[in-house]
Design a protein around this ligand. Structure first.
Ligand code: FRU
Length: 495
């Protein structure tokens, strides 16, 4: 039975979303049907299709009472819109249906696990938002909230765990038949931790372990955790809030963090061995992964950051995009991310150049332009010459310009959208420490109308940024200080 709140949201979408022209959206990055979107939720494979839900406020381009929007896809590139899946319509989630995951139940239904938020008065009279974990089960379109909700409450927390920072369950089914989920929590020292819960039937849950904790080293509350084996290692993803910067690895504010380590499934002991950022760009947060039927671990993130949401096109009818789904691997102890290979099916009109010599000038190559583009550029010094700086310009016209700059002296890339139309004084550039290979650096750029995703050295690092400029700003060019040789491979993306 769908509630009045859900019906109202579905009617609103059906009535007003058709007014948003398709060409005013990205072609293959997920956007909300209408209104506001944040975190990916319930990223899963169900009955032969990929499902993706998202934090959703259909009624405005601002965050508001959270619903779950819904799309599905056969290939992770072309997405079909489905009606709103969840609305905040019960006493335990009247403050919002916050982030969570999805998994298939033994009876074939799809179960959504989410954080229900409700406000209460604290003992000293302050309004606080109590967070509990809740379930809803359905057929891939319509979902019923579980009569036994909430299934995890403050009674299930370790001593001193915060009941108002207890959110974002990510659920999966293990090979031993048990259901497990990780949930973010705030510890008595004020920082974050990731809790592990398990269940035989998917509906009654018990706490199994605390997998890791910030201890005030990596930010405060850890939001949106995920936990999975990858290439012989175990990966814990979390999004620390209020980070203090650490070199070029972590910037101030909300970050995405990847802990790579080992895991003993018997004792649930996770041992952290390496810590790195997930995405080094401006706009990326709250990623979630799934295990595809062919074994690939695929991650999708919100291509936005809470610190940059004040910049949006005036009066826009949708706001918030997902990143491209990315295949994950571990190589040399680091997280490797590459755009899902399905994207390559949509490549058209190849253009390629080898050994283009650029000496202290700007180079426009025939056939190089566009805002829906898959472009790979490899750069090395020309002969015995050297260079101090190389730049790729994209989404460019007389007024706008987004640049990727590389300086070999310190192996630092700068991604910079300062001249990409923003009138808000927020972050517009980030620096990444990269590792050239035999003096060469390889940059893959994916453009999709309103964004740029950069993959360095076959996915060793990723950096994402939104760009809200007119589509006529579509020139692509290169320049260098010194002399370089450049190889170029470019495709239009026709989705
Ligand atoms: C992360 C987050 C989650 C929460 C959701 C609310 O971006 O703050 O922790 O569930 O957004 O929309």
């Amino acid at each position: 039975m769908s509630s009045e709140t859900l019906r109202k949201a579905r009617d609103f979408e059906a009535r007003y979303a058709p007014f948003i022209p398709a060409e005013q959206r990205p072609a293959f990055h997920v956007t909300p049907t209408i209104g506001w979107m944040n975190d990916p939720n319930g990223f899963s494979f169900y009955k032969g299709e990929y499902h993706l839900f998202y934090q959703y406020h259909p009624y405005s381009n601002e965050w508001g009472p959270m619903h779950w929007g819904h799309v599905k896809s056969k290939d992770l590139i072309r997405w079909e819109r489905l009606p709103v899946a969840l609305a905040p319509d019960t006493d335990y989630d009247q403050g919002g249906c916050f982030s969570g995951g999805a998994v298939e139940l033994p009876d074939g239904r799809q179960m959504l696990v989410y954080t229900g938020v409700r406000s209460r008065l604290s003992p000293d009279g302050r309004k606080e938002n109590l967070q509990t974990q809740c379930l809803a089960a359905g057929d891939g379109v319509n979902y019923e909230k579980w009569p036994g909700n909430p299934v995890l409450t403050e009674a299930d927390l370790p001593a001193g765990g915060s009941a108002v920072d207890f959110r974002d369950p990510k659920v999966w089914k293990d090979d031993d038949g048990a259901y497990r989920m990780v949930v973010g929590n705030r510890t008595p020292d004020g920082s974050g931790a990731v809790l592990l819960f398990e269940s035989e039937d998917g509906t009654s849950w018990r706490r199994a372990a605390t997998l890791d904790a910030s201890r005030n080293q990596y930010g405060r509350m850890w939001e949106c955790p995920d936990f999975f084996p990858l290439d012989g290692k175990q990966v814990l993803l979390a999004c620390p809030q209020d980070m203090s910067p650490i070199g070029l690895e972590f910037h101030a504010g909300d970050c995405t963090m990847c802990l790579i380590g080992s895991y003993d499934p018997k004792t649930h002991a996770f041992r952290r061995e390496a810590v790195q950022a997930v995405d080094y760009g401006i706009d990326f947060y709250a990623p979630q992964t799934l295990r595809a039927p062919d074994g690939r671990q695929i991650m999708i993130g919100w291509m936005q950051n809470w610190n940059t949401t004040s910049w949006k096109p005036y009066n826009c009818r949708w706001f918030g995009q997902m990143s491209l789904p990315r295949e994950l691997r571990i190589r040399d102890g680091r997280l490797i991310q590459t755009p899902v290979r399905e994207l390559e099916r949509y490549r058209a009109d190849p253009v390629s150049y080898r050994n283009v010599l650029i000496i202290n000038n700007e180079m426009h190559l025939h056939g190089l332009q566009g805002r829906m583009v898959d472009l790979t550029v490899s750069v090395r010094p020309a002969g015995s010459g050297s260079y101090s700086c190389f730049r790729v310009h994209v989404a460019r016209d007389g007024e706008y310009d987004t640049t990727i700059r590389y300086k070999p002296a310190d192996s630092i890339i700068k991604i910079d959208r300062t001249n990409s139309g923003s009138n808000a004084d927020i972050v517009h550039s980030r620096y990444l420490q990269v590792r050239p290979r035999n003096g060469e650096i390889k940059l893959r750029l994916i453009l999709d109308r309103f964004s740029l995703e950069l993959f360095v050295n076959d996915g060793e690092q990723a950096a994402s940024a939104t760009i809200y400029t007119r589509q006529e700003a579509n020139a692509i060019s290169f320049d260098a200080v010194g002399s370089v040789l450049v190889d170029v491979e470019k495709y239009d993306l026709r989705v």
